[in-house]
Design a protein around this ligand. Structure first.
Ligand code: GDP
Ligand code: IMO
Ligand code: MG
Length: 433
């Protein structure tokens, strides 16, 4: 029996959706445990692309999908996602999609505050996705949030909304120079959502616990990436939740002992969307080449992703923070055609080499990457399905990543499609290539 957590090791968009979709075949249940619709997880099956924002990426494999208590949910977006999946012929019913009654609801004022607060920050803005994620987690922490269990009870919902709106409207009008929101309009809109979502709302901690007791295999799907973690990331240029593997337990209501493995998704280079330090960023032709070849546009906002070399400081940090037991390397095909590849093995600051990620953003911004070089490859590797058939230089690049992270590579992805994958070791142990 294996229960595996999938997390991003870098700044998000590592290809978690693809790997979760691939591994979901061997799981009984897929659980999202944090973040919200700031996430955009892409799956490509038989040439058809699906982008999930809230519904776990196990839905295409027709597994039980659970949205955990650690997730913040925009009900309108969740319903749109359900409708879109149903229109494609995929069953999405309370039997196969369940939402935690403790998950918090993203309200219209959260989105408005997110967008208006960013715009007044000017050059200091974080470059959020504008989906209301931060303000919703703020309300959760200050105990002003509305949980799903409150949302589906019209009386409680009305009461909670009336008590919070004066404060939200004060901030919107007086501080953010925005328009106030109206309680009656929100109640009317949200009551239609709550009626539809009530049957999906459950005590998911009990459901996952019972599945574990029966020996079912659970896949936990992280969103964002380790360096966007609220505690461990490049604060304040981070998201508002814990993205590291430890939160899989907290965000789904199970004990940490149930987790048997943690797979870190490593993009073969580095990308970042939004603002914040990025030591290996390439603002040159190579950066443009990777951006274009890798189609590096945000799956949620459509923004161009910043691109750069692989960064071992980032990867070592992720290995420690998540307790990685295995790796999935993605987008290796994108690096084909680059003569010399670089891997950052440390940062230089004031004549000294730093090997661990500095907490100070001032210091990190002043760090210069120290690179080692490796020969690249010219071949198109997207049709290769066995490691031994990869070019020698490609295998060397993979070996180096294993040495740096000190964890074995389980999966290598050479294209966006589910089948464009080399499985070296299946963490669910049922299939070994
Ligand atoms: P996530 O947020 O971690 O799930 O990643 P995204 O879906 O936001 O971004 C990853 C992008 O890369 C998507 O467009 C995927 O379809 C694509 N992708 C995933 N793996 C590969 C790969 O191995 N090669 C290529 N070329 N594209 C990939
Ligand atoms: P997936 O799950 C990449 C980034 C935003 C911004 C910062 C804060 O697809 O990997 P937020 O809206 O969360 O308050 O924005 O975090 N960000 C992501 N970047 N992938 C994501 O998700 C992201 N979710 C948030 O661009 O810099
Ligand atoms: Mg994404």
């Amino acid at each position: 029996m294996a229960n595996i957590v999938i997390i991003g090791t870098q700044w998000g968009d590592e290809g978690k959706g693809k790997i979760v979709d691939l591994l979901a075949e061997f799981a009984d249940m897929v659980v999202r445990f944090q973040g919200g619709n700031n996430a955009g997880h892409t799956m490509v099956v038989n040439g058809e692309q699906f982008i999930g924002h809230i519904v776990p990426s196990g839905i295409l494999q027709k597994k039980i999908c659970i949205v955990g208590n650690g997730v913040v949910i925009d009900p309108k977006v969740l319903l749109e996602e359900i409708d879109s999946l149903v229109s494609k012929g995929l069953p999405v019913e309370p039997e196969n999609l369940m939402v935690s009654e403790n998950a918090h609801v993203i309200m219209p004022y959260h989105k408005k505050i997110d967008i208006a607060a960013e715009s007044i920050k000017g050059i200091n803005k974080i470059g959020t996705t504008g989906r209301g994620i931060g303000p919703c987690y703020e309300d959760k922490a200050s105990r002003k949030g509305i949980r799903f269990v409150d949302f589906i009870d019209p009386e409680v919902f009305k009461e909670k909304l009336s008590s919070i709106l004066p404060e939200k409207n004060f901030i919107l009008e007086k501080y953010l120079s925005d328009k106030a929101v109206d309680a009656d309009i929100i109640i009317e809109e949200y009551s239609s959502y709550s009626k539809r979502l009530a049957p999906f709302t459950k005590n998911i901690s009990v459901i996952i616990h019972n599945a574990l007791k029966e020996g079912k295999q659970v896949l936990f799907e992280g969103a964002q990436g380790t360096h966007l973690d609220i505690d461990h990331g490049t604060y304040p240029y981070v998201t508002s939740s814990n993205t590291v593997s430890g939160n899989a337990a907290c965000g789904s209501g199970i004990g940490p002992k149930a987790i048997t493995g943690v797979i870190g998704i490593v993009k073969a280079y580095t990308t970042r969307v939004g603002a914040g330090p990025f030591p290996t960023e390439l603002i040159d032709e190579t950066g443009d080449y990777i951006q274009k070849k890798g189609a590096e546009f945000g799956a949620t906002t459509g923004r161009k992703r910043r691109c750069g070399w692989l960064d071992a400081v980032v990867l070592r940090n992720a290995a420690r923070l998540n307790g990685l037991t295995g790796l999935a390397i993605t987008k290796l095909d994108v690096l084909g055609g680059i003569k010399t590849l670089k891997i950052c093995i440390g940062y230089e600051y004031n004549g000294k080499i730093i090997e661990d990620m500095p907490a100070s953003i001032k210091l990190l911004s002043a760090c210069k990457p120290v690179y080692e070089e490796m020969p690249g490859w010219n071949e198109d590797i997207s049709g290769i399905r066995r490691v031994k058939n990869l070019p020698k230089t490609t295998r060397k690049y993979l070996k180096r990543i294993e040495e740096i992270i000190k964890a074995p590579i389980n999966i290598v992805s050479v294209g966006p499609g589910r089948d464009e994958t080399i499985v070296i070791k299946n963490p669910f142990k049922k299939l070994n290539a």
